[in-house]
Design a protein around this ligand. Sequence first.
Ligand code: FAS
Ligand code: PHB
Length: 389
Amino acid sequence: MQADVVIIGAGPAGLLLGHKLRRAGIDAIIIERQSREHVLGRIRAGVLEQVTVDLVEEIGLGARLKQEGLAHHGFYLADGERLIHIDMQGLTGKSVVVYGQTEITRDLMDAAPERGLEIVFEASEVALHDIETNKPFVTYLKDGVEARVDARFIAGCDGFHGPSRRAMPQSVGVGYERVYPFGWLGILADVAPCSDELIYANHDRGFALASMRSHTRSRYYIQVPTDETIEHWPDDRLWDELAIRLGPEVAERLTRGPAIEKSIAPLRSFVFEPMRHHSLFLAGDAAHIVPPTGAKGLNLASSDVAYLAAALIQWFEDGKSDGIDNYSQTALKRVWKAERFSWSLTSLMHRFPDAGAFGRRMQVAELDYIAESRAAQTAIAENYVGLPL
Ligand code: FAS
Ligand code: PHB
């Protein structure tokens, strides 16, 4: 097969990029390892910056997002004794939208056929070839038959474990990583949320997050040790722990119910530089990972796609290459600022085994400062709503 751009991965990055390119008349095809059902079954992000909302609306697929998305104008930081409100709208004039990543993925997948965006699901042995030439190609197996797509560019949107980043020569790139000594145990339940706005709690026993997907579906997380397994966390134990960590005032409003999804995600900060090598571009988790504390993962995938789509459209329309030549540097500027914010909020809100009593006092003092400083709250708010593109 021939295409202008072959995209590896049908997550948010690959789907958003594919739709942006097709809308500009550029011939793109997506090669995805998993089945459609598997991709849609992954419960992940829940908070969208305006950058992501704008991108979905630009490709004309924002109808359900507009109808079902919940606008959130603030959120809370809790330390067991009090709730500190971060008034994003009042401090920055901006808000975020709560709408599950799964829903975005569904909207983008459903619209692909009518937009001429081909997605090959359940492709195995995906391999990248000749990425240092102007005629790269991708091979894969589908139903046991080898296939090949020749293209001018390859977009690696295949997440942290995909082949694209690894296709770059060792000598070309460098990875920066921080692995955290804990993970997040997440639960999805069809119960009313305990709060109208998200609550990030730093408790002596560990971090907890109260989030949601709708007025009838809640999403909660607690910090757990890296070697924890969900077998150790029957629903009742998890609800009891959430009630303790979110604090007595919130616990009174906590509605319990059976978990419809329960999973543990490891936490790491990771950035790979550069995000381009000749005909190969990286976007989204293929290039960087953030701890979900700052709700940046999906939103960084969106900003990468905003930059990369504009650069590729410029190249195909005008033959100019300054966009693609500057892509990596431009995208990384925003990536690193989001990495800093995610690392900072993770450091503030989690219990670190080796931080000791002094480290705990530093966290309490910082929360005390934030509670009393409009400047500190504004700094948090403008990072949470998303820095400008
Ligand atoms: P994705 O990982 O979503 O998509 C990559 C796609 O490439 C996948 O569909 C995969 O199947 C495919 N792929 C992989 N290898 C391939 C191969 N060899 N060939 C073809 N295809 C291949 N972010 C938040 O903002 N908030 C959260 O709460 C949050 N929770 C998360 C929980 C978990 C468990 C994980 C892993 C991530 C979470 N994230 C969260 C981050 C997440 O939302 C990502 O930032 C987002 O999915 C990034 O989108 P993509 O870059 O498209 O990567
Ligand atoms: C979620 O609702 O899944 C969610 C919200 C905010 C975060 C992380 C996850 O920071």
